[in-house]
Design a protein around this ligand. Structure first.
Ligand code: DLL
Length: 433
């Protein structure tokens, strides 16, 4: 463990630490950010009234829209002279959301990423190739600072340029790859397609640090098989910090949340009510130490659940389930709710189907139509038409029985679905265009 004292702290002691920090953070936001003052006042809540966790429910939520409305620096709680870095989301659907960090915040960010890497077994003896995009996105700099804090040799490669990625892996003896899971598959594809006979074991790669988008257990197995590595999940969001809000451990079963920095709640996304441990809902974050950009009850839209399971790794930190999707990514097809990750799970159960797919949703009249375009491998593609039509029929049947949706299945030829270097685009929703 990178920070044994914190990561294995008895739950009661952690609660105490959180409560003290919550009081500070709530007051910090109220005193220094006009929007929080306005919202708290309107809800009849004052930081002095905050005495116990039970008071959380009285505090209003912060939403992405609040961030957009206060673009760019309106939610900062310190003068700009104290802010040393900003990150931002791309803002394709409105104003970008901008977050700021002070020197202390930068240290916290590095700390959580160093803890995450250590929990996958990465150490100062490793050579970490960071293929997350460097720039306003938190993936590049986030992993970079954390890996350096851990003491690992860090290669600031950024995303893309697969031949060069492979060259560096070979020449520098990379042992850890950090990238989106979809880009990791892209690399596997490239090797299989362009370097026949290449032996993965000739590389020193052993660990993958994958996140920034939802990925299923099936996808994990596929990446592990093809790249001959152990693949671990890293989760986070720029509004809260970036990668390292939570991380898997050696158990590969749930992600430990770094609770000394983030207080987490699960709410019912429709009513806003707090749900007990073990129930699925939207995860809401309150920052406990952040100076530049405090987030009080930030609604993430990510769907997961929290639980404690006496993890064998020795960490006492609460766990969250692998995030299966965002409530705003959830597709409602003729009344049936379905997440892209469920579609991925079904697809990956079929032989000959590649982990590259796109979901196109359209509206014909008043009815929603869903088409799943999925790539098949060379073998199936070159087989008789009958085998292909059987495959698409079987997939359609499975969608119907497992998910309750009628989807049109289109088998796409090998290498025809666009590849990603960062987050994969899985859904094309023509209803919104
Ligand atoms: O994606 C931070 C990050 C960078 C995480 C690198 C991990 C690795 P954003 O661009 O703000 O930040 O996007 C955050 O991406 O709310 C989730 O919906 C999704 N997401 C991030 N990590 C995971 C994950 C970065 N491991 C949004 N599993 C979040 C599922 C994830 N979804």
């Amino acid at each position: 463990m990178f920070n044994r004292e914190i990561e294995s702290m008895p739950a009661e002691k952690m609660k105490e630490l959180q409560l003290g920090r919550l009081k500070w953070s709530i007051r910090h936001a109220y005193d220094n950010v006009p929007l929080y003052k306005k919202k708290f006042d309107a809800a009849g809540f004052h930081p002095d009234q905050f005495k116990s966790f039970d008071d959380m429910k009285r505090i209003p939520f912060l939403t992405k829209q609040d961030m957009r409305d206060n673009y760019p620096f309106g939610l900062f709680a310190v003068p700009l002279s104290k802010v040393v870095r900003v990150h931002a989301s791309s803002g394709t659907t409105g104003n970008a959301t901008v977050v700021g960090l002070t020197k202390n915040d930068v240290n916290t960010f590095a700390e959580i990423v160093a803890r995450s890497l250590a929990s996958y077994g990465v150490s100062e003896n490793d050579i970490v190739q960071n293929a997350y995009g460097y720039g306003l996105f938190t993936g590049g700099l986030g992993l970079h600072y954390g890996s350096e804090k851990l003491g690992a040799l860090t290669i600031p490669m950024s995303g893309g340029n697969t031949p060069r990625q492979l060259m560096l892996m070979r020449d520098f003896g990379t042992t850890v790859l950090c990238s989106t899971p979809s880009y990791a598959l892209n690399i596997a594809d490239y090797i299989e397609h362009n370097m026949p006979g290449f032996d993965m074991k000739s590389l020193k790669l052993k660990i993958g640090v994958f996140g920034a988008e939802p990925w299923t257990e099936e996808m994990r197995k596929e990446i592990e098989r093809r790249l001959k590595i152990d693949a671990y999940d890293i989760y986070g969001l720029s509004e809260v910090m970036g990668p390292g809000v939570s991380a898997e451990c050696s158990e590969k079963h749930g992600l430990h949340v770094f609770e000394d920095f983030f207080y987490v709640e699960i709410i019912d996304p429709d009513t806003g009510e707090i749900l007990p441990e073990g129930e699925k809902g939207e995860i809401v974050y309150t920052s406990l130490t952040k100076e530049a950009f405090p987030g009080i009850r930030y609604r993430s839209r990510d769907i997961t659940m929290l639980y404690h399971d006496n993890c064998k790794c020795g960490r006492t930190l609460v766990k969250m389930d692998k995030v299966s999707g965002r409530s705003d990514d959830m597709l409602i097809i003729r009344g049936v709710n379905v997440f892209p990750s469920q579609i991925e799970s079904v697809l990956m159960g079929f032989e000959g189907v590649e982990p590259h797919y796109q979901i196109v949703v359209d509206r014909k009249g008043s009815m929603d139509d869903i088409e799943v375009m999925v790539e098949i491998n060379e073998k199936i593609f070159s087989d008789e038409i009958k085998i292909m039509s059987n495959l698409s029929k079987n997939i359609a049947d499975r969608f119907r029985s497992a998910l309750g949706i009628n989807a049109k299945i289109t088998l796409a030829e090998p290498h025809s679905i666009p590849r990603s270097e960062g987050k994969a685009v899985r859904v094309i929703d023509k209803r919104k265009i």
